[in-house]
Design a protein around this ligand. Structure first.
Ligand code: AHG
Ligand code: MN
Ligand code: MN
Ligand code: MN
Length: 377
């Protein structure tokens, strides 16, 4: 195939990051992390695209009666469950292994948290690292057997407990080896509010594989599309900005009978064209946060997982879904809030897997919703 004119100046992820580091040496470690995350996402993309061919669809079955709790060991193969009580898909487990290993082998992370790991992972050899990482290795994994959009979500935080860890190591030289409760207090570095993120992003596995991330501060939200011919992520979205207003709402209306009245009222208004813009909103919901957020980033509108009478805190996990995605959307000029109108990015996690309600999208749409959530004084 002829090389399109534009491709001559193809900016790969590698070239983009090295140009960042040449102007700001302090980003050297972050460059290494982003390249390993990108490598892992390329591998997961291949796994996802070939799932049906490699018989990697379906549930991760439990080894005979071990985790399913049956004593006799004669239990039939049951789905393994993660700490959230969800049935793990084969690709949940595989993607988790790919990302965990990619990040461990950078030697630049002392601590990792994943949706698919019950506990935070201490990496003894790198406990003094500058950063820790959180991730959802395969988001929207219920879509995988139908080849519908899935993704990977990640966040990188500065480890503000290095001093604490060094003190523990000085006082408990066996500390790191047995990773006892005392040492693992360094997992506090994972329990920082989203406002503290040093980087966040996602990789979407859809009709194309797109890696979107931001390094916060004065950096843009930037997108790279995987070119299967080159095997490289190439720059396609140099500066993603959420439209100020959209005409899509993205929420699982199957739960609307369980929502708080304020949320039912808001959705009813905008769908009938009785909101601020007097335009009728359309519903778009893929069931994969990465797909729904990516569309919202590009087209505008509002995405939410509001919580309801049965699940007060909603379904999404704060540390590796709500915080990284809210950080990224706000960096792109959008807005985000919890179902009580507060800021997602200020919620201080108490545990790695805790859930949070979450709305995000166009700044004017989020502000319109917040007026319903915060009762008049
Ligand atoms: P995961 O597959 O990582 O467990 O996340 C699934 C999440 C998120 O991707 C999506 O927005 C939400 O679950 C959908 O939940 P409902 O099906 O309850 O709407
Ligand atoms: Mn899951
Ligand atoms: Mn998820
Ligand atoms: Mn997941």
């Amino acid at each position: 195939p002829t090389v399109a004119q534009g491709q001559l100046s193809t900016i790969t992820l590698q070239r983009y990051l090295s140009s960042l580091v040449s102007s700001d040496e302090s980003l050297r470690e972050m460059e290494g992390l982003m390249l390993s995350i990108a490598m892992a996402c390329k591998t997961i993309s291949t796994l996802v695209n070939r799932a049906g061919i490699n018989q990697l669809t379906g549930l991760e079955t439990d080894v005979m009666g071990t985790r399913s709790g049956s004593q006799s060991g004669k239990g039939k193969n049951k789905a393994k469950k993660n700490i959230q009580g969800e049935d793990q898909k084969k690709l949940d487990v595989l993607s988790n292994g790919v990302l965990k290993n990619a990040l461990k082998f950078t030697g630049k992370l002392g601590l990792l948290a994943s949706e698919e790991e019950d506990e935070a992972l201490l990496i003894e050899s790198a406990l003094d690292s500058r950063y820790v990482a959180v991730f959802d290795p395969l988001d929207g994994s219920s879509n995988i057997d139908a080849s519908i959009c899935t993704g990977t979500i990640f966040g990188v935080l500065e480890d503000d407990t290095v001093e604490l860890k060094n003190e523990y190591k000085r006082n408990n030289d066996d500390c790191v080896r047995n990773a006892d409760a005392e040492c693992v207090s360094s997992t506090e570095a994972l329990l920082q509010p989203g406002s503290q993120l040093a980087a966040s992003g996602y990789c979407m596995y859809s009709s194309s594989t797109i890696l979107v991330f931001t390094l916060g501060g004065s950096h843009p939200v930037i997108g790279f599309t995987l070119d299967p011919q080159l095997g490289e992520f190439v720059l396609t979205h140099p500066n993603m900005r959420v439209p100020k207003r959209g005409t899509y709402y993205s929420v699982n209306e199957g739960n609307s009978w369980l929502w708080d009245a304020s949320i039912r009222h808001y959705i009813d208004k905008i769908k009938r064209g009785e909101g601020e813009t007097k335009k009728r909103y359309s519903s778009r919901y893929v069931g994969s946060m990465v797909g729904d957020v990516h569309r919202t980033l590009l087209y505008g509108g509002i995405f939410g997982n509001p919580g309801d009478v049965k699940h007060r805190n909603g379904k999404l996990r704060l540390v590796y879904e709500c915080s990284p995605m809210s950080f990224l959307v706000e960096q792109a000029g959008g807005g985000s809030c919890t179902s009580d109108g507060g800021s997602v990015l200020e919620v201080v996690p108490e545990s790695v897997h805790q859930r949070s309600t979450c709305w995000l999208g166009s700044i004017e749409d989020v502000e319109e919703l917040r007026a319903y959530l915060i009762p008049e004084e």
